[in-house]
Design a protein around this ligand. Structure first.
Ligand SMILES: [Fe+2]
Length: 287
């Protein structure tokens, strides 16, 4: 291939992989820290977040299976992109996600043994996170580099547009702020440029997303960049300070971005703690 041709912009898939990894770990850490008093209030919010997370994972795999991987296979062949391994990992991951969902449902049963059910739920979520990481790592070692080297940017762009059109609106309402929250400014701009309505869509849906996101603990956020096994377009590692030098802007969740550092807008963003007198249980159901 011509080394001077435009390469596909893989910003979106990189952000999806990042958020999938980060929140698998956060879900496991969140459930680990639960106690029985969380069962009636916080656990339903965690399950609501998990349902959204599961929807994003399912949709991502559907787009890969129906759009991106067939297009890449036509260019490079199945063996070169390790398609059979990707497919088998996909099936194993589906089963793990299903098991994690079942375990969270069992944990919500007030008649159950909370400690035992919590341990089972944590085990299921951890297994899901491990399988997810293996699946994404293989994709990042095979399919994504081949996409970048072998697929014309215009072709990849058309696939992304088709994927976007196939995304149900409720999925997009979670997805856009979910991806934007941890993105660097350059990644945010790249994503907004890819489809101008995304910027407005983000602003319209970010509060609803934050409400869901606050059910999860910030403790499981992986060190910035550590989990990104492949990306030739990842300015995040260069742009951010070392782990632990910033607090996340939403008292939660995401690896900090340069925006956190340069433009504090509220006490929450400056300190990482919620102002006193505000809602103390952000995961509580909205009235
Ligand atoms: Fe992927």
């Amino acid at each position: 291939m011509n080394s001077h041709r435009p390469k596909p912009d893989l910003t979106l898939v990189n952000l999806i992989h990042h958020s999938l990894r980060a929140d698998a770990a956060r879900l496991a850490a969140t459930v680990t820290a639960l106690d029985p008093s969380d069962q009636p209030g916080r656990l339903p919010a965690i399950r609501a977040f998990f349902d959204q997370y599961r929807g994003q994972l399912t949709m991502h795999h559907t787009h890969e299976d129906e759009l991106f991987f067939p297009a890449l296979e036509a260019r490079v062949g199945a063996s070169r992109m390790h398609l059979s391994e990707l497919d088998s990992q996909h099936e194993a991951l589906d089963a793990a996600v299903h098991a994690a969902s079942d375990r969270l449902a069992i944990l919500a049963d007030p008649a159950g043994d909370f400690a035992a059910d919590r341990a089972q739920a944590v085990g299921a979520l951890s297994a899901m996170a491990d399988l997810l990481d293996a699946r994404l790592a293989l994709e990042e070692q095979t399919a994504l580099p081949l996409t970048e080297s072998e697929m014309p940017a215009a072709h990849y762009k058309r696939l992304e547009i088709r994927a976007r059109k196939q995304t149900p609106r409720p999925r997009a309402q979670f997805m856009i702020p979910w991806l934007i929250a941890p993105a660097t400014p350059s990644q945010q701009q790249a994503l907004f440029r890819s489809a101008p309505p995304l910027r407005l869509f983000y602003w319209l849906n970010r509060r609803r997303y934050r409400h869901l996101d606050q059910a999860l603990t910030p403790a499981a956020v992986p060190p910035v960049g550590e989990h990104q096994t492949w990306s030739s377009q990842s300015p995040r590692q260069k742009a951010l300070p070392a782990e632990g030098t910033l607090r996340c802007r939403r008292s939660c969740t995401r690896p900090p971005t340069p925006q956190n550092r340069s433009r504090p807008r509220s006490r929450t963003r400056r300190t990482g703690s919620r102002p006193s007198g505000r809602r103390s249980r952000p995961w509580a159901a909205r009235s």
